[in-house]
Design a protein. Structure first.
Length: 241
């Protein structure tokens, strides 16, 4: 028997919608939009149902007329964010450009709402926007010539690429305090430490001195890795053919 706290069997998307009651001027869509705005401003740490209610001039208890609890609201919020992911039509651009567009758009959306990264995997992605992303991704990878589990594995590669770089980008943004420092400032702060360690770790130190400035361009690194993933998929597809 499933646990009452099982995030999969208790997903908001696997239950009938709650009846709309309470203040007629509120709707679940408005609450979700307000939650996204608050999360963008305060992050997960600063988010609460009380603060959400205050942001739309409603009591915290009135939120529960529309969502059962905070976890349910966050499920709805994740799907709302996935609605911003754009996937080109493989029939118009070719599968490779469509796959690249998926990864780029996913990364862009995560950079816009970096707090959402921590919510991935806590509940099944079954909302309409998540299903649209999955459906379009399956279609484009099928068009490329992949089949069966290959489609899932390739999709995971592309999404993991986006999530990984977005996570690093968000960490850099926090480290630079939202622009108060530059990435170059951080490199210079680390330089004395690297020089002290040079005799113990010569390969690392030589690489760091010569190449660390290149790491200040996350877009270049992202595109390099994305191209290698697509090259690998193309090689696999050619081999199958």
């Amino acid at each position: 028997m499933a646990s009452e706290n099982d995030p999969f069997t208790d997903s908001v998307w696997m239950r009938p919608g709650r009846p709309r009651r309470g203040r007629p001027q509120l709707s679940r869509e408005e609450i979700v939009a307000a939650a996204v705005a608050l999360l963008d401003a305060e992050g997960l740490e600063g988010f609460s149902m009380r603060r959400l209610g205050a942001s739309i001039s409603a009591g915290a208890t009135s939120m529960y007329f529309y969502v059962a609890n905070k976890d349910e609201l966050l499920e709805l919020v994740v799907d709302e964010i996935l609605g911003e992911v754009e996937i080109p039509d493989a029939a118009e651009t070719g599968w490779r450009e469509a796959a690249a567009g998926l990864a780029r758009s996913f990364r862009t959306v995560l950079l816009r709402h970096s707090w959402v990264i921590a919510l991935f995997g806590t509940h099944p992605a079954l909302g309409p926007n998540a299903m649209r992303v999955s459906d379009r991704t399956i279609a484009l990878l099928s068009a490329a010539g992949l089949s069966g589990a290959e489609i899932g594995w390739a999709s995971s590669l592309l999404v993991s690429q986006a999530i990984g770089y977005a996570t690093s980008d968000a960490a850099m943004k926090r480290a630079t305090r939202g622009g108060e420092k530059s990435p170059a400032d951080l490199i210079e702060q680390l330089r004395p430490f690297v020089e002290r360690m040079a005799d113990d770790f010569p390969a690392y130190s030589d690489y760091w001195r010569q190449n660390m400035p290149l790491h200040l361009d996350p877009d270049a690194g992202f595109e390099f890795a994305l191209d290698r993933i697509l090259d690998g998929l193309q090689s696999w597809i050619d081999r199958k053919s």
